[in-house]
Design a protein around this ligand. Structure first.
Ligand SMILES: [Zn+2]
Length: 115
């Protein structure tokens, strides 16, 4: 059940290279040569939308590869986006819409009376 790409990962000759790459990214981040967590999270929405330029996207992906916090955050962000997209299919029952509008109109009128 090991996926084809996964076998390369089990090769001990490859693994140190991946570790080295992660170490170099961490080092660059520590030296301020690569964007840190805070900066990377500013790019998150653009990355998910696919509007980042190539250089920033490469830096973003390098960071996601080495930073568990940010990659976990991105997973959650993606899940939230997906759930929000599914909400488009929900039709609000007419009665609920009416009640909500009634409530909003009345609360607006109430706040005008106050002022
Ligand atoms: Zn991070």
């Amino acid at each position: 059940m090991i996926p084809q790409g996964g076998i390369r990962y089990l090769n001990p000759k490859i693994t140190p290279t991946v570790q080295t790459m992660k170490f170099l990214t961490a080092l660059k981040t520590a030296l301020g040569l690569a964007p840190g967590c805070e900066k990377v999270n500013e790019f998150l929405a653009d990355y998910v939308e696919g509007t980042l330029d190539e250089k920033t996207m490469a830096q973003f992906e390098e960071h996601m590869d080495m930073c568990k916090c940010c990659s976990h955050y991105m997973d959650q962000y993606r899940q939230t986006i997906d759930m929000t997209k599914q909400l488009d299919d929900i039709v609000v029952p007419a009665e609920l819409a009416e009640h909500t509008m009634f409530f909003l109109r009345n609360s607006e009128a109430f706040s005008k009376d106050e002022g």
